[in-house]
Design a protein around this ligand. Structure first.
Ligand SMILES: [Zn+2]
Length: 406
């Protein structure tokens, strides 16, 4: 079998599990953290280093690759993995989230809901709304050159098929906690209609290029923080012929585990579930124990570039004075290339001197830390020692020497 999902063990709560996702480019042991390579590169880190730090797959963004370099270039290079010299499994998201971000003019609050939200709340001063959504799809202006484009379920599938990732996501309308309940319902109906259209177009394209490796298609469950909407969306999307599912959209820290639980209880058990855009340590515990199998997030690399580094004893900022001249590694418990070979003092210097090696070394550490944490969660689930591991790990992270530094 070239693709599929097998469950290997279950947590006593009935939701969390370990498993194996099989793709044409290899297997992913789950739960697993998937680093983000937005434009076909995990920023500043060589693919070999991404492999060496234990990543089993990477996730790129269809929207960015569609605009630059364009999907024909990636297709003719043999697909995303061949193009970026990454031989292991790849994911692409649908572009829905990026298109939504354009709709809000780059302000912090995300909303496509022009009818129920005060425009000034969501559009930053001096910015135009760059995207408009309707029942058929989304029209948007490129953030690169202002050119006009239109994404629909069909276009998203054509784009993602040309990119050729092993796992793709259906085109959805990503909502946020800012939207009204009424608007959430409109977006949910659209997302469900688009889901079926994605499946139809995916089937057509799969037949059209049957000599290429099969690409799995995941449906996306939205519904913000409303229990009935989340359950309804999960049930309806779960009944469609998807290979797996994404859990997307508005999730706040306090309710993350609860919301994932609602969704997971409605989804078919035998298919993998990906938690979109989640990668903070405590959220990974919540996600995994409530039944999410894979996770992606830009946080480990983005934070690293901003000098915020993760350790078993909390997070700290290596640009702070206490790291100057410090001969200890970032984290004495870490086995990454950076921690084995460089001191905190060196990283502090490289950051202050604006050296290009800084984002590379910092990203390797934060990625290894996050990948390893989810690997440990998986190992302890398999061994039946998950509860003890979590209790000890979380206590150390929340009360350790760096717990109050950020
Ligand atoms: Zn490290």
């Amino acid at each position: 079998m070239t693709h599929g999902f097998d469950i290997t063990s279950r947590l006593e709560n009935g939701r969390g599990r370990t498993g194996v996702i099989t793709t044409p480019h290899g297997q992913i042991q789950t739960p697993a953290f998937i680093p983000v390579g937005t434009k076909g590169t995990v920023k500043s880190v060589l693919p070999e280093s991404v492999r060496d730090l234990g990543a089993q797959a990477i996730l790129s963004n269809a929207y960015h690759l569609y605009l630059q370099p364009g999907t024909e270039i990636i297709d003719s290079a043999g697909g995303l993995g061949a193009f970026m010299n990454w031989p292991l499994p790849t994911f692409t998201d649908s572009g829905g989230f990026q298109v939504l971000s354009l709709g809000v003019g780059f302000k912090k609050v995300l909303s496509m809901d022009s009818t129920n939200t005060v425009e000034s709340d969501v559009i930053a001063p001096g910015k135009d709304r760059l995207a408009h959504v309707d029942d058929e799809g989304v029209t948007f202006k490129s953030h690169l050159d202002g050119s006009r484009h239109r994404f629909s379920a069909e276009v998203s599938m054509q784009v993602q098929h040309a990119i050729g990732a092993d796992i793709m996501f259906a085109f959805d309308e990503c909502t946020t906690l800012m939207n009204t309940r009424e608007y959430q319902m409109i977006a949910m109906r659209r997302t469900l209609e688009w889901a079926q259209r994605c499946i139809d177009e995916h089937r057509r394209l799969t037949l059209e290029h049957s000599s290429k490796p099969y690409q799995m298609l995941f449906g996306v469950v939205q519904g913000a923080n409303y229990e009935d909407l989340r359950r309804k969306a999960a049930k309806e999307i779960g009944e469609l012929d998807f290979d797996g599912f994404g859990i997307g959209g508005a999730l706040d820290k306090e309710t993350l585990g609860t919301i994932i639980g609602w969704v997971v209880d409605e989804l078919p058990e035998n298919k993998p579930r990906h938690l979109l855009g989640i990668g903070e340590p405590l959220d990974l515990f919540e996600g995994a124990e409530n039944g999410a199998d894979t996770f992606d997030c830009v946080a480990p690399t983005r934070n690293a570039r901003n000098s915020a580094l993760l350790t078993a004893e909390g997070r700290f900022n290596v640009s702070n004075a206490f790291s100057r001249g410090n001969s200890n590694p970032i984290d004495t418990a870490c086995d990454c290339y950076t921690c084995l070979n460089f001191s905190q003092g060196y990283l502090h210097h490289a950051f202050k001197a604006n050296e290009l090696i800084f984002p590379t070394l910092a990203s390797i550490h934060n990625l290894r830390f996050t990948v390893r944490l989810v690997d440990q969660i998986r190992e302890h689930m398999n061994a039946g020692t998950y509860r003890e591991f979590k209790e000890e790990w979380v206590a150390r992270f929340l009360t350790g020497r760096y717990a109050k530094k950020i």
